[in-house]
Design a protein around this ligand. Structure first.
Ligand code: COA
Length: 323
């Protein structure tokens, strides 16, 4: 028995911030940002929170799947920017949507988080422990950005995407293969820093928590690891890239996507893009893009798509899904 994606949804903050808007508050330009990344604008939260965006995305995914909140057994939110250390974002979503019977927890695998949540849900469903799961990738990265670091803060945006997953009706549908990976030894090339020990026995001058990144190292990691992980899941599913309708990849940088398309010898037409209007939303990027593709009517039953994420940890993940 396979696990299928039965419905999707996404929610973005209403505040649109263009590259020109950023150039008014820091030393940058639309030319620098768009030529190196493909990003033209992003949404930055004002009153929206990681939990509120997750709940709105979840409601849309439930409606798309035709499943009620009362039917949800499991909620997993992938995030590195939860509003609280506890309760988890997943518990907040449970309360907000009234999923009274669900077990709820968060996972932290940065930009690969949605893939990690999908595999966890898949294992619970295949074991028969839970039936209907809500998996969400959500971030309010703007609150953990260093707004004095122009090389990093211009790249990211806020948002949430969700999917309902449940047992497939037949074996020609659902998750065909999935791989995850981690390389903690390289963790500090993309890190959310500043949570040092601080208690009566050790005093730390704690500054703000923020994201620090060695962009070129992350780029090198992405352009080698992503094609390799995609080739692995294609191989495991007994497919080639020609069988795949769309490659729904984490939206970090257009140059990374172009490099992956070249290495896989696949046209960029098969790579849907949301980074131009969303920026990099870490765990939210893959499910937001998946929902955009779904809502545009670009997917039909039987289509095979690849989802892939990569980022902080370092972590990565890829899967083949038959729609
Ligand atoms: N606006 C204008 N100038 C900027 C800038 C900005 N927002 N940010 C940095 N610069 C300047 C730097 O100060 C530096 O200037 P200097 O050469 O005078 O010191 C110069 O631009 C660096 O430019 P360049 O060498 O062309 O940068 P790059 O080609 O390495 O591109 C990234 C930088 C971040 C766009 C690129 O490394 C990247 O996309 N990496 C992947 C990052 C990523 O996607 N991370 C998330 C993965 S989940």
């Amino acid at each position: 028995m396979k696990t299928r994606i039965a419905g999707t949804g996404h929610f973005l903050p209403k505040n649109v911030v263009t590259n020109d808007d950023l150039s008014k508050i820091m030393d940058t330009s639309d030319e620098w940002i768009s030529s190196r990344t493909g990003i033209r604008e992003r949404r930055l939260a004002t009153e929206e929170t990681t939990a509120s965006m997750s709940a709105e995305a979840a409601k849309l995914a439930l409606a798309d799947a035709g499943v009620s909140a009362q039917d949800i057994d499991l909620i997993i939110v992938a995030t590195v920017s939860a509003d609280h250390m506890t309760p988890s974002t997943a518990c907040e979503v449970q309360a907000a949507i009234g999923a009274d019977h669900a077990v709820a927890f968060d996972v932290n695998a940065a930009c690969s988080g949605f893939l990690f949540a999908l595999q966890i849900a898949d294992m619970y469903i295949k074991q028969g422990v839970y039936k209907n799961a809500l998996i969400i990738g959500a971030e309010t990265l703007s609150k953990i950005m260093d707004w004095n670091d122009r090389s990093t803060c211009v790249l990211f945006g806020d948002g949430a995407g969700a999917a309902v997953v449940c047992p497939a009706q037949d074996d020609n549908q659902g998750l065909a293969s999935i791989t995850l990976g981690s390389d903690g030894a390289k963790g500090m090339v993309l890190a959310g820093i500043n949570r040092s020990n601080n208690n009566p026995y050790v005093k730390t001058d704690i500054g703000p928590h923020y994201i620090h990144m060695d962009g070129q190292e992350v780029y090198k990691f992405a352009v080698t690891t992503v094609p390799a992980s995609i080739e692995k899941v294609l191989d495991e599913a007994g497919l080639t890239s020609e069988d795949i309708k769309y490659f729904v990849l984490h939206q970090a940088n257009i140059r990374i996507l172009q490099s992956v398309s070249k290495r896989l010898k696949v046209s960029m037409d098969k790579f849907p893009i949301s980074l131009d209007h969303c920026g990099n939303m870490s765990a939210a990027s893959v499910p937001v893009l998946l929902d955009e593709v779904n809502r545009k009517g670009m997917l039909e039953k039987g289509d095979k798509i690849v989802l892939a994420g990569f980022g902080g940890g370092l972590t990565w993940g890829a899967c083949v899904v038959e729609w």
